[in-house]
Design a protein around this ligand. Structure first.
Ligand SMILES: NC(=O)C1=CN([C@@H]2O[C@H](COP(=O)(O)OP(=O)(O)OC[C@H]3O[C@@H](n4cnc5c(N)ncnc54)[C@H](O)[C@@H]3O)[C@@H](O)[C@H]2O)C=CC1
Ligand SMILES: O=C(CO)COP(=O)(O)O
Length: 321
């Protein structure tokens, strides 16, 4: 919708024929964006080739679990000079690869044509044109600036960044912390607990990102603190909502089926735990979330474990940054 507002002819690929018909005939997407009216120069198709052939920009927003399959379907139709952008927040399951790695493996494009878009940007607010800021990161300043020019509007402000790794790691890991924030709120803990989760969550994001080669300053930016704050505090956050349901004692499978939308933090918790081991960094919140999600740990015991950890020094603990 933002690109269409900027006068691009936007073709949206979707698998569901009824949704495609609804978008084309009524300019609404009632399942995902209840009351929003979409721009008329945004049309939908079930034919991925038709959606991307000849496109100047291809925007990938599939859930991380579907990214490789979607990229593989689109690849034969994408021009070598197309600007490929993704806005997906997660890692690939099993391989734990970042989304840009997956895309570069599947698409016949140079790394200089790939951009990551991230930051605090709940779709429900963007589609209402409420003020939103995001960051676009690329190995190529030119590509980042092309993405910035394409997306920027008076209500959607876009910053550039060179740190693809940092932006991707921050966008993925904040979902784990948001699950924790939902759990904390659901258990009736207070604002102190949530502030602690955000702060120590940022330490985990920074530690892993740093080990993976990110620029530490990225974590103080929109993809880091910005998205962490919005996802841990917004009523729109699926990760927060899933966490609060878990606190009510609802089983994970049931939570996911009630959500009916992707809750990236669940798979990301497994991926981040493995990445933490691989890179030799400590991620205690992630570790406890994993135990709650997959090892029947009670949320209250998880909090006790976190509070009872060995004493440590705040800045030395972050010295790896
Ligand atoms: N919703 C939001 O406000 C934001 C979402 N994101 C990220 O965007 C990504 C997608 O999230 P949402 O669109 O919100 O999720 P969603 O659950 O609302 O929609 C996902 C869409 O992907 C489709 N899909 C699922 N598996 C597929 C497959 N194998 N092949 C093709 N399509 C498939 C579903 O049918 C659905 O239409 C996630 O990584 C999320 O973190 C990033 C910023 C904001
Ligand atoms: O990334 C998001 C907002 O920036 C969306 O977060 P949720 O997936 O938790 O809804």
């Amino acid at each position: 919708a933002v690109l269409a507002d900027n006068k691009f002819e936007v073709s949206l690929w979707a698998r569901n024929e009824e949704q495609v018909e609804e978008i084309n005939a009524r300019h609404t997407n009632s399942r995902f964006l209840k009351d929003a009216v979409l721009p008329h120069n945004l049309t939908a198709t079930t034919d991925i080739g038709q959606a991307v052939a000849g496109a100047e920009i291809v925007l990938f927003v599939a859930p991380s679990s579907a990214m490789r399959d979607v990229a593989r379907l689109a690849a034969p139709h994408i021009g070598a000079n197309a600007l490929c952008i993704h806005a997906t927040k997660g890692f690939e399951s099993v391989t734990y690869k970042r989304m840009s790695t997956v895309l570069l493996e599947e698409l016949q494009i140079a790394p200089e044509r790939l951009v990551v878009l991230s930051g605090p940007s709940h779709a429900e607010e963007v589609v209402r044109k409420l003020p939103t800021t995001v960051v676009v990161a690329s190995a190529s300043v030119e590509a980042a600036e092309q993405a910035q020019d394409s997306f920027i509007t008076p209500y959607f402000r876009v910053y550039t960044n060179k740190d693809v790794v940092g932006v991707e790691v921050a966008g993925a890991i904040k979902n784990i912390i948001a699950l924790g924030a939902g759990l904390s709120d659901g258990l009736g803990f207070g604002d102190n607990a949530k502030a602690a989760l955000l702060t120590r969550g940022l330490a985990e994001i920074s530690r892993l990102g740093n080990a993976m080669g990110a620029n530490p300053l990225t974590f103080a930016g929109l993809a880091g603190v910005g998205d962490l704050v919005v996802t841990c505090t917004s009523k729109h956050s699926r990760n927060w909502r899933a966490g609060s349901m878990l606190a009510e004692g609802i089983a994970l499978d049931e939570v996911l089926s009630r959500m009916g939308m992707v809750v990236e933090g669940v798979r990301t918790t497994s991926a981040a735990r493995e990445l933490a081991r691989l890179y030799g960094v400590e991620m205690p919140i992630t570790e406890q979330l994993f135990a709650v999600l997959f090892q029947s740990q009670s949320p209250r015991n998880a909090v006790e474990s976190l509070m009872g950890r060995g004493r440590t020094h705040e800045t030395e603990d972050l010295a790896g940054i």
